[in-house]
Design a protein around this ligand. Sequence first.
Ligand SMILES: Nc1nc2c(c(=O)[nH]1)N[C@H]1C(S)=C(S)[C@@H](COP(=O)(O)O)O[C@H]1N2
Ligand SMILES: [Mo]
Length: 389
Amino acid sequence: MTFRLPRHPRPARSSLRPPTFTGGLHDARTATAVGRWLGVAFAICFATGLVSHYLQHPPDWLADHLPTRPSWGYRLTQGLHVATGLAAIVLLLVKLWAVYPRLFMWPPVRSVRHALERLSVALLVASAVFQLLTGLLNIVEWYPWPFSFVPVHFAVAWIVAGSILLHIAVKAPEIAAHWGRSSPGTLELPVESAVDRRSLLLGTGAAVGVVTLTTVGQSFTPLKTFDLLAPRHPDHGPQGLPVNRTAAAAGVSERGLRTWRLEVAGPRPYALALDDLLAMPRSAVRLPIACVEGWSVAADWAGVRVRDLVERAGGRPGRDAVRVTSLEVSGSYRVMDMGAEYVEDPLTLLALGLNGRPLSLDHGFPARIIAPNRPGVLQTKWVHRLEVL
Ligand SMILES: Nc1nc2c(c(=O)[nH]1)N[C@H]1C(S)=C(S)[C@@H](COP(=O)(O)O)O[C@H]1N2
Ligand SMILES: [Mo]
């Protein structure tokens, strides 16, 4: 008689085994093909983000020396920043899809070097997802976090940039092997994989195209007809210009403006009523409002040159910076400092009119700043005081 051991189900070890992935597209060739476009998008996004940051918060050595030309410069760089950021969302999703089976790699860690490599990828994924998500929520003005957006978005940009460089360095041999369509590494791949991959890449390109086409019209106005998904439409707003912060939101009312006078502080301080300002020599300039959130529109502004106002107060254009204060009761953009280069520029106006009519209350009545190549947040509305610094 033979004695048979009872048959037990296999120990739980098997259920711990990582899943197997049969799809032929989760490979280095797909990761490389999508990764390089993602790299380009991140590089443009990072460079234009730096431009935006330093135009808003110039270091001491740059203050008073920022370029005021081309006047549409910030419009272009910030339009690119938001467009490449949005494109990167699509590309990052596809890239993560291509590589996610590696999350289940067995054994999870093979060596110290391998552990460090995985750690660097974790940092890259976490910082990139964080960066794109906070950027996206910022353009829809939703801030569901306890920190302040600008410094955190700026700091994390460096982490993303650093971890991308590290990633490229670590993966350089693999990237090189899978760069071209007929790279040695891809030759053995079955033909259907190549066909599928082409479909995947075409689909990804189409998705990026759709996202770009339906949003880029917010700044590239020739395509404004297709701007269906961007939070702002260049045509929607009083006087043909969107409004970010309304007078009501800023606590500015028509009633509170009855006693409005422009104070100009400096060696020879003075104050002007609106009629006095309207009687001064008027300049007309065509300049865009370019919001950090990505929308931008060119408009015709009429007003008094800031340099004339400053000169009259005894300030020296080209030498002195100016502090501009808004009537707005609170808010991060109530007080704005303007470097000497903007004060001096003949295109920098204390604007009183927009697109042929007096400024509407939401656009900053009675007077607002408009300056060339400057972020929208610094185009202060409801100005009531200029101070020569
Ligand atoms: N006083 C004040 N000025 C301000 C703001 C603000 O909140 N307060 N918002 C700024 C921002 S973010 C932008 S993009 C422009 C928009 O100007 P607009 O509403 O006339 O289009 O105004 C700027 N001027
Ligand atoms: Mo803005």
